[in-house]
Design a protein around this ligand. Sequence first.
Ligand code: TXA
Ligand code: MG
Length: 315
Amino acid sequence: MKTKIISIDQKNPQEDRIKKASEIILKGGLVAFPTETVYGLGANAFDEKAIAKIFTAKGRPQDNPLIVHISNKKDIYKLSSNVNEKCLNLIEKFWPGPLTIILKKSDLISKKVTAGLDSVAIRMPTNKIALELIKKSTVPIAAPSANKSSKPSPTRATHVLDDLNNKIDAVIDAGEVDIGIESSVLDLSGKTPQLLRPGKITKKQIEKVIGKVEEKTKTKRPKSPGMKYKHYSPNAKVIIISSKKEKETIQKKEPYKKIKLLSYSDETTMAHNLFHDFRECDKEGIQIILVQSIKEKDFGQAIMNRLKKASENKN
Ligand code: TXA
Ligand code: MG
């Protein structure tokens, strides 16, 4: 299959082009599209065959559930049979936005989407193109990040093509995304709210709205199936360093290796560029990427979470 590239202007999205993309979704095809966090690989959430294609295209493990994206807050009532007050307060404050909420699923949602779980992850993105694509498709859109499984999430359409060219029907090219790392994932399906993946919306911000939140982002056996897999990984080995001086020490130990240091002025810039820079390093044939760490506080916690995962599983 040849992947169609549909160029759309982020600021003034061309309606007719979004319409074309929505028609592909309704026919059971796969369309990669921008959100404010990263590019997603979308399919009609009510079409089991289309859902199966997502797993095949990404090489995604079958036990890793998908996030369902909606364009209207009210649609959560279709997807969940148990919308609680905490959820309503949170979506009032943070939706549309980079917060994914897990609730008990309704019968409308197939276990193919939730990888056999009784819960479903739901998010309403802020990105205009994403919202319009969902609206025009007239169905919720299931979408994991549009990378090959284990690779860094795509923050540009070119990254999607690097991983999935000719494996998906279309990609909407709207340039760079805003945030650059994936949404916060909060589980509200149990007794106590649990943060399963940190993101732009921090634990502190969530606690201000609903009180105590447990953190489940560091456990060895994570509740979010996706968090146990190798993730965000460039081909190069990633080493986190705390001072630039460490570069010399490592270079001395590995004199024949191509080493590159990534260091950023602030959290926003780091989140925005990290996954792109990983991919650029791979293109340059870098063997060791050194990344200057940042404070593991608030948004910094989410960035360090991705960085630590990228640095695991390699020697
Ligand atoms: O920002 C984002 O969230 C992006 C954009 C495209 O929206 N999507 C994204 O999807 O990052 P994905 O599939 O790469 O990550 C979803 C995470 C995985 O770790 C998955 O295991 C977890 O959410 N998840 C999904 N449904 C779940 C559920 N019912 N229970 C627990 N974890 C769930
Ligand atoms: Mg992903």
